[in-house]
Design a protein. Structure first.
Length: 271
């Protein structure tokens, strides 16, 4: 019983924590959610005097094309590596889950080459991506399940991008920053080898907080924190009540056994 309760509490705690994940949806017809800052996952749109202004946009979507660093005279470029299966076939990778092609794609700090996982222990260097020259207005039509490498100036970033789904109404993407020369204090989307467990809650609406304006983001974080504490308190109370019930049942059973055991029954002493 106790183990089950503890497991339930741990499960609820895990599900209450929302990771800052590099997963998002862009809506071309939404004035406040059609572009994204790839560094921190926030929306690139802000409002002032009822007007919408672009704010540090790294990626935007118009229902047909993805635009790289579309504002401020910045320049971008990209290369399409293909789907995970196509990458595996190209480098003769076998007996290794294809989902690892995106997660293991990175720059080896020792060789400065792009590598991907060959198996659970080794990596293989891939061909040096043939990036076109940096240019203003760089854009491309997304292909579902394809993995892209994109670059942009100003902060001189490189990111990997996975197209999960797209239509005229929305674009669903996962991305990770591979290189970035700017401030990394609020960089939630940097590639890392650290273990991390992702909650499926992020797939059901909670991820939208990443695309709110900073003030809204802070409010969402505060609300999420409050909800977490309320959840913990509620389940803590339930846990205590269950422990008390178990203790009462235990004491009652001991008392019953005591009353019906002959060895504890008073007997006269016969000399």
């Amino acid at each position: 019983m106790l183990k089950s309760v503890v497991a339930l509490l741990l499960f609820c705690f895990t599900c209450s924590v929302i990771n800052e994940s590099c997963l998002g949806v862009l809506y071309p017809n939404d004035p406040l959610q059609n572009s994204v800052n790839l560094i921190n996952g926030h929306s690139s749109e802000t409002t002032r005097d009822y007007l919408v202004y672009n704010y540090a946009s790294y990626l935007s979507y118009d229902g047909e094309k993805i635009y790289i660093v579309p504002e401020g005279g910045r320049q971008g470029t990209y290369v399409n590596l293909g789907t995970a299966v196509e990458i595996m076939n190209q480098y003769n990778i076998q007996d290794f889950p294809s989902i690892n092609m995106y997660t293991t794609l990175r720059i080896d700090p020792n060789t400065n080459q792009y590598v991907i996982g060959k198996n659970y222990n080794d990596v293989v260097a891939i061909d040096t991506p043939n990036f076109p020259s940096l240019a203003s207005g760089a854009s491309f039509k997304p292909e579902k399940n394809d993995i892209y490498l994109i670059k942009g100036t100003n902060t001189n970033f490189t990111a990997k991008l996975l197209i999960l789904d797209h239509s005229e109404e929305k674009l669903i993407i996962r991305w990770t920053i591979i290189e970035h020369s700017g401030d990394t204090e609020n960089n939630f989307c940097t590639i890392t080898s650290e273990s991390k467990t992702y909650s499926l809650i992020e797939l059901n609406g909670e991820r939208k907080k990443n695309f709110n304006h900073n003030n809204h983001h802070d409010e969402s974080s505060s609300e999420s924190s409050s909800a977490l504490w309320i959840t913990l308190i509620v389940f803590g109370v339930i846990f205590i009540i269950i422990l008390l019930i178990c203790q009462i049942v235990f004491l009652a059973s001991v008392g019953f056994a005591y009353k019906n055991t002959d060895i504890f029954t008073s007997q006269p002493i016969n000399n």
